[in-house]
Ligand binder design. Structure first.
Ligand code: ME8
Length: 504
């Protein structure tokens, strides 16, 4: 079984920020989860380096677009490992292999009869690199995303005959109801399609040179979105030297994107693939915006929260946890330093950190670290079917609900500690068997949640598994009472040390 997951490729007109980190973390959770399920995973991320967004930013900074792209692509590349993201490849749209493949695919689209010369006039946002429809425009002819004044453009262009795909797209949405997830985003995309599709620009004229040349009209470059979307397919042809991974990984299983680029991924992209005679992806998973003071964070708005600082102070797992827990994946959500510290303290340090240290300390104290080898475990009903439930949530792109399911068990284990009060059981030899059951149950519960959390909290999970003396972190090891049993534990150092704000 193979699994191909992607993030958007990020514009190199600025440095990475928390919004980019968010999507990459979400994609990494799915990549890690599917590896746990024993699948052959390909996880792709990278940078989008052509078009006005980059040309304009470079001009402002007095640099060549290539110099700006090189500089910022390095920063995006460096971000992935800092997020503990396990991408298999990092694509740059300035890669010569990508450019050649774009030319080849779009020539095929033309040969298939879906490209024609046309005239376009209307409002355009150079930051979005997008031609705006009436409902995407704010008062005063401004971009609803960037709030900048739109430019009025009029050009002779090559056009992609998007309108020819109206019916096929409607059929796709009917036949694959989960093509776009979650449902609200699917309805949004479908409404856009049903409102009637117009043909769209495939190229930009002489005004813009920074792009992939149109092979049949060298004065033109392709409109950046066509070059960008195709990355998902071109990457497979050269990611692994000497090998084409297309047969193994195409179509993509999940493209994860923010709602700002829904139209491109849920409407233009499947149409383009159909025009090229290629299979469409299985799912587009659309998430909302991280908001700070109710405004979408973006490079162009300048209100960014730096993920690097958070990672340095609290560790990457804390950031991954916070973003997927505090913001319901799919919807918009406010983020703040206060909410972050609150989650860190009450859930990571208290719920999970304390559980792990209390449980290991009790086994050390009452049984010299030897975990009782009893088969009489409590809480089996509480854990019954949990791996299946978590996997089902993740298959529907419900990353927050998957994490919530696991966290309910973390809390259940904490309640169980209080209910059993092992410190009382330890005082009475006659209660030895009950103490054995309590300790064995707690260790097995801790082991199980640790395996289940591996995709979300990879570093914590691997520290905990090592402390529990087991390497088995596959999905089959996630079943309570059925996986490998822990024999021996040692006292654990705090997983989430109290943070001293004065030291920051
Ligand atoms: O759109 N909240 O690149 P981009 C949540 N190059 N996610 C956010 C976010 C926020 N405040 N800000 C950014 C582009 N993102 C194109 C994509 S794909 C073929 C081409 C994330 O650098 C989110 O995933 O503007 C969003 O869709 C993406 O970054 C936009 O990144």
């Amino acid at each position: 079984m193979s699994f191909f997951v992607t993030t958007p490729i990020y514009y190199v007109n600025g440095a990475p920020h928390l919004g980019h980190a968010y999507t990459t973390i979400a994609a990494d959770v799915l990549a890690r989860h599917h590896r746990q399920r024993g699948e052959d995973v390909f996880f792709l991320t990278g940078t989008d380096e052509h078009g006005e967004p980059i040309a304009l930013a470079a001009e402002k900074q007095g640099k060549s677009p290539q110099a700006l792209a090189d500089e910022n692509a390095e920063r995006f590349k460096a971000l992935a490992p800092q997020l503990a993201a396990t991408n298999d490849f990092f694509i740059r749209t300035t890669d010569p292999e990508h450019k050649a493949a774009v030319q080849e695919i779009l020539t095929r689209v033309k040969e298939n009869g879906f490209v024609e010369l046309g005239h376009w006039e209307g409002l355009y946002c150079p930051r979005c690199a997008d031609f705006k429809g009436a409902d995407e425009i704010e008062e005063g002819d401004r971009c609803a995303i960037h709030h900048i004044e739109l430019t009025r453009e009029s050009e002779e262009n090559w056009f992609f005959k998007l309108s020819a795909f109206q019916e096929r797209l409607e059929a796709l949405y009917a036949e694959q109801p989960e093509f776009v997830l979650p449902k609200e985003r699917r309805n949004e995309a479908l409404a856009f399609i049903e409102s009637g599709l117009r043909d769209i620009s495939l190229s930009r004229g002489a005004k813009l040179q920074w792009g992939v040349q149109v092979p049949w009209d060298p004065e033109h470059v392709f409109y950046v979105w066509f070059d960008a979307l195709l990355n998902y397919a071109t990457a497979l042809t050269y990611a692994k030297p000497g090998e084409d991974l297309t047969a193994e990984f195409w179509p993509a299983d999940v493209h994860i994107v923010g709602k700002d680029i829904l139209k491109f991924h849920c409407v233009y992209w499947p149409a383009l693939l159909m025009a090229a005679g290629m299979e469409v992806p299985r799912h587009v998973l659309v998430h909302g915006y991280l908001l700070m003071n109710a405004e979408k964070m973006s490079k162009s708005l300048g209100n960014v929260l730096d993920p690097f600082t958070i990672i340095e102070r609290f560790g990457i797992d804390a950031l991954r946890f916070y973003l997927l827990r505090d913001v319901q994946f799919g919807g918009d959500g406010e983020v703040s330093a206060e909410a972050f510290e609150q989650r860190y303290e009450s859930e990571l340090a208290n719920d999970l950190g304390n559980l792990a240290s209390r449980v290991s300390a009790m086994v050390v104290k009452y049984r010299d670290g030897a975990v009782p080898a009893t088969d009489a475990l409590d809480l089996t009903a509480d854990f019954d079917g949990l791996p299946e439930t978590v996997a089902a949530h993740l298959d529907r792109g419900e990353l927050t609900q998957g994490l919530e399911q696991i966290w309910q068990r973390v809390r259940r284990l904490n309640r169980y500690v209080e209910e059993q009060a092992p410190w009382k059981l330890a005082k009475d030899d006659a209660l030895g068997a009950q103490l054995d059951t309590a300790l064995a149950t707690l260790i097995e519960g801790l082991r199980t949640v640790t395996v289940l959390l591996a995709a979300y909290l990879p570093q914590t999970s691997s520290t905990l598994l090592a402390a529990l003396g087991t390497k088995e972190d596959g999905w089959e090891a996630a079943s309570f009472g059925a996986g490998p049993r822990v024999a021996q534990v040692e006292k654990l150092a705090p997983l989430f040390p109290k943070h001293d704000p004065a030291a920051a």
